[in-house]
Ligand binder design. Structure first.
Ligand code: CA
Length: 238
């Protein structure tokens, strides 16, 4: 049964609709905790225990953010993430119990926007949710960015290379956006982590390298993103 949160108790934000989090988590204790923290922050929470139910819910209502557990009773979180991305650009924050790089990389490749490791601080989870939503809003009112053969249509989240559409994950798109916005400047891995994944992201610079490699492969433009030894990455305007 879907569990829908009451609206803001204070009424202070009654003039605007609360943002809605779709929580996909089968563990009662974790779900209760996450829901309580989001509700305290005046989000509306729809809590479902399986990916199958969540995909139906997602098709039928406006969701601002998905919080997705990997271990679920039916299809797992990775598959749910893939199915969400096949139909929607809604931000996805993954919960994972396993501190394995392959899990994180798989999540990112499937289009997750961020993740937290269990056990996590619910306060940090909510902070990351805010960071994701802020980044999304910022991107929404930007225009078209061009560099050489690359074009980014930011409001539509469409990337073109040599006039051909290139399918990028949300993070790859954000990373390329930051690089192009700062064309000519060397950006360190830490700076890129901060800009693209948010300040609370643990300093795992390998994540940046993985996404850069994916961008190079997908864009088929080997010379677009330059590696600056010992410093980071940059793109150059011709
Ligand atoms: Ca679970």
């Amino acid at each position: 049964m879907p569990t829908t949160a009451p609206l803001s108790e204070s009424g202070a934000h009654a003039h605007r609709a609360p943002r809605t989090v779709l929580l996909i988590e089968d563990e009662e204790s974790i779900g209760n905790l996450v829901r309580a923290y989001f509700e305290r922050d005046e989000f509306a929470v729809v809590w479902l225990r399986s990916g199958e139910e969540a995909l139906i819910e997602l098709a039928g209502r406006k969701i601002d953010l998905v919080v997705l557990d990997i271990g679920l009773p039916g299809i797992d979180g990775f598959e749910v993430c893939r199915l969400i991305r096949a139909r929607s650009q809604v931000p996805v924050l993954m919960l994972t119990a396993r501190d394995e790089e392959s899990d994180r990389i798989t999540g990112f490749e499937l289009g997750a926007d961020d993740y937290v490791l269990k056990p996590f601080s619910p306060r940090e989870l909510v902070a990351r949710a805010h960071a994701i939503l802020r980044r999304g809003r910022r991107a929404a009112y930007q225009d078209v960015l061009r560099l050489g053969a690359v074009e980014l249509h930011r409001s539509e989240r469409v990337a073109l290379a040599n006039e051909q559409e290139v399918k990028l994950t949300s993070k790859e798109f954000d990373l390329l956006t930051v690089l192009i916005e700062n064309a000519g400047l060397v950006l360190s891995r830490d700076k890129l982590l901060d800009e693209v994944w948010g300040m609370t992201y643990p300093g795992d610079t390998r994540t940046v390298d993985v996404h850069i490699a994916q961008l190079r492969r997908k864009l088929s433009l080997q010379d677009l993103i330059l590696t600056v030894r010992g410093s980071g990455y940059k793109v150059v305007r011709e």
